[in-house]
Write a new protein. Structure first.
Length: 390
């Protein structure tokens, strides 16, 4: 029987950090490798997913100011080297800036893999230090094309050492949560056709474009509702816009929701009206529920999610992509006093109308959404990680 590779994982903490954020990933990796988790925190905690013998608490909390780092942490770096040798680590993955730096500094013969999910706003000296440390890594994993471009350009890391692996989409958990009943007050709401949007109520999400597009749709489709799931500084302003249109019975904005999936699964189409996005999470949540999706072209990763074989950015009309419908991004600022639709809001309204009334196309995009979501399932994402780990 072939010996399992020994995999080290470095995380800041167990109870409040990357271990929670990457819990599903680590659970799956634990099935494939002999895994040891090095925890920087000195707070010893239990974790239901991992045996206590897999957890090594290092008491290596480090300050944001690392100018005296090599002198101050020399012994701690040697301590981490010792534990890597003790557990015969073949490859070691770290999550978060501090863990990444320690992983790079303690690297010896093992394959050193850093996971980078965001750019860091550092001082010049700290920035130069991080760049030098990251160049010591054998491989760097990012979860978006934006992050990959940043790492390559700002950290000057060779393209062949940077790998894009998206986050796991927990399809099984989503399916379980989607099966829960909705509250009685919403049961009649879902007897109608429902458009749904999920996201923070901030300017970047552009929900007022969708509200105005819906107002136009109601002239042609009486049996239609709009549900917006989210909270944020525009909550009151968006509700005021809904009231000014006398649409309170047809448009609901709900916040403080623990389980959005039971609403997504009961809706008919998911619409992302954002002016700016940093990830594809909301779209993938809807696609995991097999909902047809319509989205603006506000983010390159969204375009590539829906149209992987035909990148198309500057459009004036709705575009029927392989896995969903793309529409041009409306960029005008929020104006609660204006009921006049701009051209891109009209395009959005027409795209929703066409999809909801073309049953063949609608069924096609239901199937395509579910198919695309599977590409980000735990099994498929773990295969990609395993190819890089070895």
């Amino acid at each position: 029987m072939e010996k399992k590779l020994s995999l080290g994982i470095i995380v800041p903490t167990i109870d409040n950090g990357q271990l929670i954020l990457q819990e599903l990933l680590l659970k799956k990796l634990n099935e494939t490798y002999n895994m040891t988790i090095f925890v920087l925190s000195d707070k010893i905690e239990k974790n239901k997913n991992f045996d206590k013998n897999q957890l090594v608490f290092l008491n290596m909390e480090i300050s944001n100011s690392l100018l005296k780092f090599p002198m101050k942490y020399y012994n701690k770096i040697n301590k981490l080297k010792y534990f890597k040798r003790k557990h015969d680590i073949d490859s070691c993955i770290s999550f978060g800036k501090k863990a990444n730096i320690l992983n790079a500094l303690s690297s010896e013969d093992e394959t050193t893999i850093l996971n980078i999910t965001e750019a860091y706003d550092d001082s010049f000296v700290m920035d130069q230090f991080v760049k030098r440390m990251y160049k010591k890594a054998d491989k760097i994993i990012v979860n978006s094309r934006k992050a990959k471009i940043f790492v390559q350009k700002d950290y000057h890391i060779d393209n062949e050492n940077v790998f894009l692996i998206e986050d796991i989409l927990p399809i099984d958990q989503i399916s379980e949560m989607a099966a829960e009943k909705v509250e009685d007050k919403f049961s009649k709401f879902f007897e109608y056709k429902v458009i749904v949007n999920k996201g923070d109520l901030i300017a970047e999400k552009g929900q007022w474009h969708l509200i105005k597009a819906f107002f136009r749709l109601k002239e042609k489709m009486e049996d239609l509702k709009l549900l917006i799931i989210g909270d944020g500084p525009l909550y009151d302003e968006l509700n005021e816009l809904v009231s000014s249109m006398k649409m309170e019975e047809h448009i609901k904005i709900i916040k403080n929701i623990d389980n959005p999936y039971k609403y997504l699964i009961r809706s008919d189409v998911f619409v992302l009206s954002s002016q700016k996005e940093n990830n594809t999470n909301s779209l993938l949540d809807a696609m995991a529920c097999a909902r047809p999706v319509i989205s603006t072209t506000c983010f390159d990763d969204i375009i590539r999610l829906l149209s992987p074989n035909n990148y198309i950015k500057d459009i004036d009309e709705a575009f029927s992509a392989e896995y969903g419908i793309l529409v041009p991004t409306a960029t005008n600022p929020f104006n609660a006093n204006s009921k006049v639709l701009n051209r891109n809001e009209i395009v959005l309204s027409d795209a929703i109308f066409t999809l909801l009334n073309d049953y063949e196309t609608y069924d096609k995009y239901m199937e395509q959404s579910a198919r695309r979501a599977v590409a980000f399932s735990a099994d498929n994402i773990i295969k990609r990680w395993s190819r890089i780990i070895g």
